[in-house]
Design a protein. Structure first.
Length: 215
């Protein structure tokens, strides 16, 4: 019944979380076989309260009722990631992307999950898709650059960190990471310039690398 669901939303806004969950539960008992809204709202609140298992159960009800709800698959995947259930999370992100092929958050979270599962090539491919969908999202270039570093594609990593700096010139981590990439391919001078720039921008950990490689 919308009345209970709506009252639950109002209680949640007032931070009466226990009352909100009670109202969402009443709405589910009355109309839980056709309306996904109270399951959705209860899942969101359970996730906020770090009841990830409870959130997963509610998102499962949502997708049972509406198998085309890509957002619900995505959110269930995020909850599963919180419990380190990466294989199940990957399946959910795959489904979300199957339903919504330009789902930027889906590709981003799938990339994170693939990285956790040591599928670095797959993760790089997904970060590339994020960049295609949002070419100014500098964090995606940064994530991809870090993975290229990890897989010893230092030249590719440098190209990604160059792009990060082009988009966001004050992002200290990009200078730090580009500096280490340059040092890895024996380009000490530009590497040390970048490490000093990172330190200048306030990244304290750059100091240790400067002592290690540049003095």
């Amino acid at each position: 019944m919308p009345a209970y669901n709506n009252r639950g939303v109002a209680k949640e806004k007032l931070e009466d979380f226990e009352g909100a969950i009670a109202d969402y539960t009443k709405a589910i008992k009355i109309d839980g076989k056709s309306d996904t809204s109270p399951y959705y709202n209860r899942a969101l609140l359970k996730f906020k309260q770090k009841d990830y298992k409870g959130a997963i159960e509610d998102y499962t009800k949502v997708v049972d009722l509406n198998p085309k709800d890509g957002e619900a698959f995505f959110r269930r995947g995020v909850a599963r990631r919180k419990l380190s259930n990466n294989t199940e999370a990957l399946s959910d992100f795959n489904k979300a992307i199957e339903i919504e092929t330009n789902f930027e958050k889906g590709y981003l979270n799938r990339a994170n999950t693939k990285e956790s599962l040591q599928d670095f090539k797959g993760a790089i491919d997904d970060y590339t898709r994020v960049i295609q969908l949002n070419p100014t999202y500098f964090e995606a270039y940064s994530f991809r650059g870090l993975l290229k570093n990890k897989t010893k594609d230092y030249t590719g990593a440098i190209e990604d960190f160059n792009k990060v700096i082009e988009i966001n010139p004050s992002y200290s981590d990009a200078y730090y990471n580009r500096g280490l990439s340059n040092i890895a391919i024996s380009q000490k001078e530009p590497g040390c310039i970048d490490l000093n720039k990172a330190l200048e921008l306030g990244l304290a950990k750059a100091s240790e690398m400067i002592k290690k490689y540049c003095n």
